[in-house]
Ligand binder design. Structure first.
Ligand code: PBG
Length: 331
């Protein structure tokens, strides 16, 4: 019997589990923790140098000495892995991006230094030619202006070898050439780097959300776009094929990129694979929130927290994000 006429007899009252923070925390299904995040760094030559990146508030290009300090701070707060991207001096760029496999280049030297100072921090080194090429494409350009797949794969193998030799824990091909995971795996294994992992940018869309990143690494496309190698945002079956080929070629971790506009893809991939999934919450996804925050339209910390939670809820095991320093205090 209802206690009074106004009380309904309801079997289910889902609000009972939402009454207090302590009850909410008992029934919470998804949790964020510092080790979920991979922090990307933009590295420049020199020392004691930091350069703001206008389109990415609070993110800076850093020289190695400052990068080491920042990485140490983040590692102390629980971040377990960083990703490294170089801003290459224009004089070192070329048509074929040969600087990418120079063992004494900016990134290999940084990997050695970081491994020496912070041996317990994992390093994920990007494999793609775009920071090193004059035209800004991820591969070798033919006379017809096409991106040559197989020639590029050979360059990527040389680059992956250089990064593995320097001590990277994972090499991360972000180029979207066909067959590169298998070739890199063979190349690494035959050189004795059987323990260097491959975190493949398996499902990377030709997204408009990468422009702040291209400012950060100062890599502008001299012609065309990346649609002949990066994926069409309209496709999801093709995305699952990309991931399954990378998996069969030996990828240790599969990535979906960008993250928030592709949560459906993360969720579908979660159904398909037993491999760990990484998601890249990319520069544009970060920049949009920060710009709105600066205008006073929303609260960046809260929106970024909710964003990262949604990426994990969709099925990602780890998230590349520029937002970790902002949301670590909320965890
Ligand atoms: C380079 C690369 C890109 C990003 C990561 N690696 C840019 C691109 O493909 O043009 C984007 C990351 C971001 O936007 O935060 N191959």
């Amino acid at each position: 019997m209802p206690v009074d006429e106004k009380t309904l007899t309801l079997t289910h009252r889902l609000r009972r589990n939402r009454q207090t923070e302590s009850i909410r925390s008992l029934v919470r299904e998804t949790h964020l923790k510092p080790s979920d995040f991979i922090h990307p760094f933009f590295l420049i030559e020199g020392s004691q140098t930091r350069q703001p990146i206008v389109s990415m508030p609070r993110v800076e290009r850093l020289s190695l000495d400052l990068l080491l300090q920042e990485a140490e701070k983040l590692h102390r707060k629980g971040i377990q892995a960083i990703a490294l991207f170089p801003t290459i001096h224009p004089e070192l760029k070329s048509e074929t991006g040969d600087e990418a496999w120079n063992s004494f280049g900016l990134i290999p030297q940084a990997i050695r230094a970081i491994k020496k100072e912070l041996p317990s921090l994992s390093i994920i080194a990007d494999v793609a030619l775009d920071p090193y090429t004059l035209h800004g494409h991820d591969g070798i350009v033919t006379e017809k202006g096409e991106i040559a797949n197989d020639e590029t794969v050979e360059c990527l193998c040389k680059m992956a070898y250089t990064l593995a030799e320097a001590g990277a824990d994972f090499v991360a091909p972000s180029d979207m050439m066909d067959g590169r995971v298998g070739e890199i795996r063979k190349w690494l294994d035959s050189s004795g780097f059987t323990n260097t992992g491959i975190l493949s940018y398996s499902i990377k869309y030709a997204s408009s959300l990468y422009s702040p990143f291209r400012d950060a690494v100062q890599s502008q496309l001299a012609f065309g776009d990346k649609k002949t190698y990066q994926m069409d945002p309209a496709n999801s079956r093709e995305a699952l094929l990309e991931a399954s080929f990378d998996e069969s070629e030996g990828a240790d971790i599969l990535m979906v990129k960008p993250a928030t506009l592709y949560l459906d893809i993360i969720a579908k991939l979660r159904q398909q694979t037993q491999r760990p999934i990484a998601a890249y919450h990319v520069s544009g996804e970060y920049a949009m929130v920060m710009a709105a925050h600066e205008k006073g339209y929303l609260n960046a910390e809260k929106v970024l927290y909710e964003t990262l939670l949604s990426i994990k809820r969709a099925g990602a095991d780890m998230i590349f994000t520029y937002a970790a320093p902002l949301i670590l205090p909320l965890l």
